[in-house]
Design a protein around this ligand. Structure first.
Ligand code: GAL
Length: 379
């Protein structure tokens, strides 16, 4: 096997870690590092690289060039023990065999587009329908299934890698050549920052997000995790999960997470979507500036994740379609509600809802969004 390439980021002292065991204690202090190792090959022989980011406190994030997928994130619990808090697989072949977007970068357009159709500047576009009657998460081969170019980036207090992908004009039915980047930074303040940019040569919809499945306990279900959402409204949907256009108040309903609430406490009362939550929340910030969006507290481990974003929306998905058939990392079986997703993005089907914040990017503009996950513990 090839020697891992260890890149020192202004380091005087560096530990090149070869992997993270869930029970490993956080180390401190050391310099942040980026390490590159091969993760596998595509059927055409393309080598997929895994970048391991380690911050000064010993937290580890692993991201691969296939789908710019976050495969692992090790953060400390109350006892300072590192544990992996995202779902995923041990090897590339399992990702290639098909998965529900574990850790993936989603594009060009996250979430659903009704009947896979939209009109832009008078021209109609048709996309593949890959989710019932609708288009979902960028199409048959979205950004989660392409190979990204990666380069480490020097940052003052952390470790960072920028992933870039150029989507050709017409790919998956979308107009314009789109240059997209997502930069993952693991800061020494125990934050994972995801910064997105995109430019285009023709008007086109863009709505990028990350589809990590979080489980702050590292195993078991998330029904006891306590969720807070900074959202007074959400977008009700039809039975194919397309927004009706209404922005409905959460107050007095089972959708209300404005105060900390166990995810499982009202699940059985969801009549429109009995499997669980799969709803876009309208963030109170309105988007456009980095603002608090969500907090998850897992009482057994003490782990806390706070989410901040520049996006106007947050899709809260309670892992409803996990059904125990996927065998994940360390032999774990992923059952319904074993993880939750908090996808910071624009609203579903925004391209067909002029009343929603626009997802249209035009030549000369730069798409720029930032989502930050901050990890802490609560005693
Ligand atoms: C979510 C979406 C769910 C489901 C999931 C992937 O983003 O809201 O409805 O499609 O992705 O299984």
């Amino acid at each position: 096997m090839k020697h891992p390439l260890v890149i020192l980021l202004g380091a005087t002292l560096c530990l090149a870690l070869t992997g993270a065991s869930p029970a490993r204690a956080a180390r401190s202090p050391m310099k942040a590092t980026v390490q590159k190792t091969p993760f596998g090959k595509l059927p055409d022989g393309t080598v997929i690289e895994l970048y391991t980011l380690t911050n000064a406190k010993g937290l580890v994030a692993k991201v691969m060039t296939y789908g710019a997928i976050l495969t692992e994130l090790d953060v400390p619990d109350r006892q300072h023990q590192l544990g992996d808090v995202v779902l995923g697989f041990d090897n590339l072949d399992q990702y290639l065999a098909g998965d529900p977007y574990f850790g993936a970068t989603i594009g060009r357009v996250a979430n659903r587009i009704a009947r896979g159709k939209f009109t832009l500047d008078g021209q109609s576009y048709t996309l593949a329908t890959n989710n019932g009657p609708n288009a979902l998460h960028g199409g048959l081969k979205g950004f989660d299934k392409v190979v990204w170019q990666a380069e480490p980036v020097e940052v003052p207090h952390g470790a960072a890698v920028r992933f870039s992908y150029t989507s050709p004009d017409g790919e998956e039915g979308y107009p314009g050549t789109l240059h997209a980047t997502v930069t993952y930074t693991l800061t020494d303040r125990n934050e994972l920052r995801l910064e997105y940019t995109a430019t285009t040569d023709k008007p086109t919809p863009v709505n990028l997000t990350n589809h990590s499945y979080w489980n702050l306990a590292g195993e078991g279900d998330i029904l006891g995790s306590i969720l807070t959402l900074n959202a007074d409204r959400y977008t009700p949907v039809d039975d194919t999960l397309i927004p009706t256009g209404e922005l409905a108040p959460v107050k007095g309903t089972i959708m209300d997470f404005t105060k900390p609430m166990a995810i499982g406490s009202r699940l059985g009362q969801l009549t429109n979507n009995p499997q669980g939550y799969d709803h876009n929340y309208v963030l109170n910030s309105g988007g456009g500036k980095l603002a608090f969006a969500a907090r998850v507290y897992e009482p057994n481990s003490g782990r806390v994740m706070e989410v901040y974003t520049t996006e106007p929306g947050l899709q809260f998905y309670s892992g409803n379609f996990l059904d125990g058939t996927l065998k994940g990392k360390r032999g774990m079986v992923y059952r319904q509600h074993d993880a939750l997703c908090l996808e910071a993005d624009h609203f579903p089907d925004a391209v067909n809802h002029p009343e929603f914040p626009s997802t249209i990017l035009r030549p000369g503009q730069t798409y720029h969004e930032l989502t930050l996950y901050r990890f802490k513990v609560q005693k």
